[in-house]
Design a protein around this ligand. Sequence first.
Ligand code: PGA
Length: 259
Amino acid sequence: MADRKPIISGNWKMHLNHFEALKLVQELSYLVTEDDIDAVDVSLHPPFTDIRTVQTVLEADRLPFHLGAQHCHFEANGAFTGEIAPSMLAKLNVSYVIVGHSERREVFGEADDMVNKKVLAILGSNMVPILCCGETLAERDANQAVSKIDGQVRAGLTGVTAEQAADMVIAYEPIWAIGTGRTASADDAQNMCASVRATVADVFGAEVADSVRIQYGGSVKPVNAKELMIQPDIDGALVGGASLDADSFARIVQYRLAD
Ligand code: PGA
């Protein structure tokens, strides 16, 4: 099995202005140690208006967190009022971009083909996409979870090279677990992440599947992080609510020290 370094990502969603962002990053820098960073990659995904501020503090204080974004457009520039181009993020040293989050899909109508265009555009700007997939409760109850995820992952990866895919992150986030306090059981999360890996294997072969990192997301908290993270096919967590508090996010990053 490839030696996949786990990645824990804080998706701040539409929370925290740039002053609050600065405070959170500074608090995290006191809590997260070098040993933690040797064991786990950490990415922070602030709202657009905070990114420059977070970039400045990360670089000035040499903090070991990767800068991330939550979203971008797929075109390089143009008349797209309100949108941000991948190259603009890359210029701020953003390295990871969340794409296809269920909130973007559901609230803003992003379909698989648009998600795919964004994946390609993010890769084209030399950043790493965190491609999200996940089923609704109705789909799960109808036994369609695996096929839904399979379709989203295949669509999201269309046109991606094997080499690019190997370095990507895929986040499995059951929609019914996001922000609800209801987490998938560790077994369930493991099975679904294993099925994401099987899809990647089917498209790109075993070697790429062995190297791609798969996160679980949906109500990850300090109390459940370890049982999720020790699963063989779970290589990280995409954390919403619990990433807004330095103490709880640091404890998730330090899951390996939990009882
Ligand atoms: P949550 O969000 O941790 O608040 O459930 C996860 C996500 O939407 O990425």
